[in-house]
Ligand binder design. Structure first.
Ligand code: AMP
Length: 151
């Protein structure tokens, strides 16, 4: 049974639980779809951030967006993989979190998104906040409470 008191885990901020930017796979503006597909396939991630050379966050690109763009009227247009850039296909309408946002705000967003990008006030990418991170935190907290009940 999940214990009652989850109060203190909600005191953490997004910064405490995010995966930092240097550990997040990404593609850059100007990369073609072939490169994005390669990164997505090799990492096994469904979507990754699109950044510019100054690490500013522009959007997300995922396998489904790439595949959807390859479908022409009569055939799959594989040549688009080489000819199209990630910025032509990426999703720019994405939720964003800031470093000092509350866990509650993050929790609200990961109900509908697998992960959410974290940025600073200048739009610079800082990392990602994932569903897995919050579930792990909840699980650890619950185990700690169960152990302290047993002593
Ligand atoms: P997970 O919570 O680990 O299952 O990750 C959910 C999604 O978050 C993945 O499918 C990716 O789209 C993204 N993700 C998680 N970790 C990374 C990472 N290190 N680099 C890039 N994307 C990631």
């Amino acid at each position: 049974m999940i214990s009652k008191d989850i109060g203190d885990i909600m005191d953490a901020t997004i910064k405490d639980l995010m995966i930092p930017g240097d550990k997040v796979a990404h593609v850059q503006i100007g990369n073609n779809l072939e490169h994005a597909l390669l990164v997505l396939t090799k990492t096994g991630y469904t979507a990754i951030p699109v950044l510019d050379p100054t690490f500013k966050l522009h959007g997300l690109i995922g396998m489904n967006l790439i595949m959807d763009n390859l479908f022409g009227l009569e055939r799959i247009e594989f040549e688009k993989l080489e000819n199209m850039k990630v910025e032509e296909v990426m999703n720019t309408e994405i939720p964003r979190l800031f470093l000092n946002d509350s866990l509650e705000k993050g929790l609200d967003l990961v109900v509908n998104h697998n992960f959410v990008c974290v940025q600073n006030d200048e739009n610079v990418f800082e990392g990602i906040f994932t569903r897995r991170a919050i579930l792990k935190q909840l699980k650890n907290h619950n185990e700690k409470l169960k152990n302290s009940d047993n002593v």
